[in-house]
Write a protein that binds this ligand. Structure first.
Ligand SMILES: Nc1ncnc2c1ncn2[C@@H]1O[C@H](COP(=O)(O)OP(=O)(O)OP(=O)(O)O)[C@@H](O)[C@H]1O
Ligand SMILES: [Mg+2]
Length: 303
C-alpha cells in the first residue's frame, strides 16, 4: 500500500475539523477526494504531508509513519498544495533545473530525467519560454513536472483543476492517467467537482463536514450511477409519498421525480394503478455520478 490514512482526526481549538478519516491508495490507483468547500480536503492533505500536526490517527506512506519517520515517509512523495511557486522571469526549463539541483546527488535527477518529465507533461515546445508567459494550464503542467522529478510513487494534488478551462481539465486527466499507468504512481487528487474527475479516478472518497461519507471503487460508484431519475406525471401526487416510502421528490400536484432501476419502476407503476392513480407520462433523466451520490447520502449540494 502506498498511502494509508487510519482514523485521522484534527482538532483546532474546540473545532473538530476532521473525524476518523480512513482510506488508502495503492500503486497505479487514482483516488478522487471529493467534497464541498470547507469539507476538510486541504486539511487532510496537509496532515498527510506533515504540514500540520495530527491530533490522532496515523498516516503511513510506503509503510513509514509520517510522524515517526518523516524523512523516509515523505521521500517518495510529490505534491502541489495551493499554487506551485516558480521563478517567473526564468524559463520552465531553468525552473526545473533549479528544482533538480535541490535533490541529493545520489537521487540522480540529471538532464535526462528533466527532459523525460518535460515530455511526460507535454511541455517540450514551450519549455524554454519564460514562465511569466505561460498560461494557467501550462503552469499546472510545469508544477506536475516539478512534483514528479524525483520519481515519487505518490502524487498529491489539491484542486489542480481550479481555474482550468474544460480543455485544460481534459489534458490534466489524460496526463494523470498516463502517470498512473506509465510511472505506476499512486495519485490523490482533490476536487469539489466530481464530474470533472470521475472518469480519471479508479476510486472515489467523498468527504463532508470532516467525515467520510462514501469511499468506493469507481466500478461500484458507476453501479450507483446506473440508477436513473425518472420524472413521472400523474393526475394526483398526494398518495405518492406513501406508495414510495418517501423516496420521491414531489415537484407539484402532477409531477414527481424518483431515483430507481428499471424493474423498480415497473413495480411502482403497478402500485400506482392499484391505487387508482392515473399515470400519464414517465420520462428518463440520466443522472451524473455526483447526483447519484448526493441522493444516496441525503442531499446537500456539492458545488
Ligand atoms: N487554521 C485553522 N483554524 C481554524 N479552522 C480552520 C483552520 N484551517 C482550516 N479550518 C477549517 O477547517 C475546515 C476544513 O477546511 P479545509 O481547508 O480543509 O477545507 P477544504 O475541503 O479544503 O475546502 P475548499 O474546497 O474550500 O478548499 C473549514 O471549516 C475551515 O474553516
Ligand atoms: Mg482546500
Amino acid at each position: 500500500m502506498v498511502l494509508e490514512c487510519n482514523n485521522l482526526c484534527k482538532r483546532i481549538g474546540k473545532k473538530q475539523i476532521l473525524n476518523n478519516i480512513t482510506f488508502n491508495i495503492n500503486e497505479g490507483e487514482i483516488m478522487g477526494f471529493i467534497g464541498p468547500n470547507g469539507a476538510g480536503k486541504t486539511t487532510t492533505i496537509k496532515l498527510i504531508l506533515g504540514l500540520q500536526s495530527i491530533t490522532s490517527g496515523q498516516v503511513k506512506i510506503n509503510g513509514y509513519d509520517i510522524k515517526r519517520n518523516f524523512e523516509k515517509a515523505i521521500y517518495k512523495v510529490g505534491s502541489i498544495v495551493e499554487n506551485p511557486d516558480f521563478y517567473m522571469y526564468l524559463s520552465g526549463y531553468d525552473n526545473l533545473k533549479l528544482s533538480a539541483n535541490l535533490y541529493k546527488k545520489e537521487d540522480k535527477i540529471d538532464e535526462n530525467r528533466v527532459n523525460e518529465v518535460i515530455k511526460l507533461v507535454g511541455l517540450e515546445n514551450r519549455i524554454h519560454d519564460k514562465v511569466s508567459k505561460y498560461s494557467l494550464g501550462m503552469r499546472q503542467r510545469l508544477g506536475i513536472a516539478q512534483a514528479i522529478l524525483h520519481r515519487p510513487n505518490l502524487l498529491i494534488l489539491d484542486e489542480p483543476t481550479n481555474g482550468l478551462d474544460p480543455e485544460g481539465i481534459k489534458d490534466l486527466r489524460i496526463l494523470l492517467s498516463k502517470l498512473a499507468k506509465e510511472e505506476k504512481i499512486a495519485i490523490l487528487i482533490s476536487s469539489h467537482n466530481l464530474a470533472e474527475i470521475e472518469n480519471t479516478c479508479t476510486k472515489i472518497t467523498i468527504i463532508k463536514n470532516g467525515e467520510i461519507i462514501e469511499s468506493t471503487s469507481i466500478e461500484n460508484a458507476k453501479k450507483i450511477d446506473q440508477k436513473t431519475i425518472y420524472e413521472i406525471e400523474v393526475d394526483d401526487t398526494s398518495k405518492i409519498p406513501e406508495i414510495t416510502g418517501n423516496s420521491a421528490d414531489i415537484m407539484n400536484k402532477n409531477i414527481f421525480k424518483i431515483n430507481m432501476e428499471k424493474e423498480e419502476i415497473a413495480d411502482l407503476v403497478e402500485k400506482m394503478v392499484k391505487q387508482n392513480i392515473r399515470v400519464y407520462k414517465i420520462s428518463e433523466d440520466t443522472t451524473s455520478l455526483e447526483d447519484a451520490f448526493l441522493k444516496k447520502t441525503g442531499g446537500n449540494k456539492i458545488v
